[in-house]
Write a protein that binds this ligand. Sequence first.
Ligand code: HSE
Length: 315
Amino acid sequence: MRLGADRVRVRVPATSANLGPGFDALGLALALYDDIEVRAVASPGVRVEVEGEGAGQVPDSEEHLVVRAVRLALDHVGAPQSGLHLVCRNRIPHGRGLGSSAAAVVAGLAAARGLIGEPEALSDDVLLELATQVEGHPDNAAPAILGGATVAWLRADGVGAAPLVVHEDLAPVAIVPPTHLSTKAARGVLPATVPHADAAFQAGRAALLVEALGRRPDLLLDATADRLHQEYRRRVMPHSLALVDALRAAGVAAVVSGAGPTVLALARRLVDGAGTDADAAITAAFGGVMAGWQVLPLAVDTQGVRVNGADRPIG
Ligand code: HSE
């Protein structure tokens, strides 16, 4: 397959995985974006410019995650490799549980879709398969591709993803600490097995969460209770868990975002449009002791990754 264009722009959203009980399965796209421009050039090699998050920290070589993903997708469809020039304007914080690595991978795969002559060869399903190969789990990649809330699952022969209904009152607030934590480190503290009673509890809450997200936001506090990962991770993110505890005690459906250490409050928009029902609890929970944390009210992103400013052209 030939390249059909030599320049492409991609916008990809942040995502929050797990949402409490939906470990490695549920995810939500948030209106905070990385913008990537990719040029295919005749001279071999790569040039990477990064502005914003990760500048001066991420590799500026073939190891850059967006470059790796572009190359993976071009190889997948048998398109020729070329030199690549990237400009990345990053807003998604790195190492905080807001899906920055999935965003980079999905951006690279979507950029390849924009560069090749037959973009249908890189359908959403193919993007999800390839992103999951790189990421190891599909919970961030699915909402980064599709937008909104998603449930994703692994099959023996691939990866599935389905969009979920999101209630119009849902008003997520990300509370982002200044500290980083790698997903690898956060997975390293999880046990190999859990009690059957906890697994049963979790299955019930994950099912309830689908209903609460779509139609019953009044049930979100019960629906976001988790027994598979958050408590086990307390020792590697004690401040995040303390904040989750304080917010939940105040009635806010707060969870650890992905593998942390960001906390996500699944708040509800107030009827008069001014803020959310979690704002007072978030202010009270800070109590002056959480210097350097950022409170980011973020709308739900409903579109997922965009190529050249268009709505997703390919299913
Ligand atoms: N679900 C993953 C975890 C993070 O909690 O380890 C995002 O893929």
